[in-house]
Design a protein around this ligand. Structure first.
Ligand SMILES: CC(C)(COP(=O)(O)OP(=O)(O)OC[C@H]1O[C@@H](n2cnc3c(N)ncnc32)[C@H](O)[C@@H]1OP(=O)(O)O)[C@@H](O)C(=O)NCCC(=O)NCCS
Length: 153
């Protein structure tokens, strides 16, 4: 791993197609771009040799009090690493990065939602300290957990 993490500018959003198929997930891509432009979504990318290998976002306000509480709790959204570059520490580095950014921004809690059958993500989040179970739910994609990590002051 010799890349680096930097914040994504809204005008660079199309380059996330290095990581995932924006056309296939057009509705999600449109929503993410509009949130980026409004400033509600902050995205960081892991870049190496001019290519994006992974991304992660923080969302300030989401319509769910488990996920966001203004000024106190911020939500981790859309952690994804390019398939060919998984298991190289990129995801772990991205999570560590946003935990630090959230603390710098003055948040004391950080939340995520993760599908119960997503063992790689669950393991990563558990290791990163997301150990408080807020909610167990079920949606169209199946059962999921809402998890919380408290940030040290
Ligand atoms: C989940 C995901 C982001 C992990 O990214 P990654 O860069 O491969 O993860 P890392 O290499 O940094 O691994 C960090 C830890 O995650 C866990 N992990 C990652 N991939 C794993 C796998 N295939 N099996 C088991 N544990 C795994 C391990 O605990 C690992 O630590 P270790 O290597 O010390 O054991 C990646 O698999 C991905 O993009 N998945 C598809 C999108 C997704 O599910 N995102 C999460 C939505 S909530």
């Amino acid at each position: 791993m010799n890349g680096s993490i930097r914040q994504l500018k809204p005008e660079e959003f199309q380059k996330c197609s290095d990581i995932w198929d924006l056309e296939k997930h057009a509705e999600m891509a449109t929503r993410f771009l509009s949130e980026l432009q409004s400033g509600n979504r902050l995205t960081w990318v892991y870049e190496q040799d001019g290519r994006f290998l992974g991304e992660i976002s923080l969302v300030k306000e989401k319509d769910d009090p488990d996920y966001t509480v203004p000024g106190r709790r911020i939500y981790v959204s859309r952690l994804i690493v390019r398939r060919e570059n998984r298991r190289q520490g990129v995801g772990k580095a991205l999570v560590k990065h946003v935990v630090s950014r959230a603390a710098e921004m003055g948040y004391s809690e950080i939340s995520i939602g993760v599908d119960m059958d997503n063992y790689p993500a669950l393991r990563l989040y558990w290791q990163a300290g997301f150990r408080e179970l807020l909610f167990v739910g079920e949606d169209a994609d199946g059962k999921y957990f809402k998890l919380l990590k408290r940030l040290s002051p």
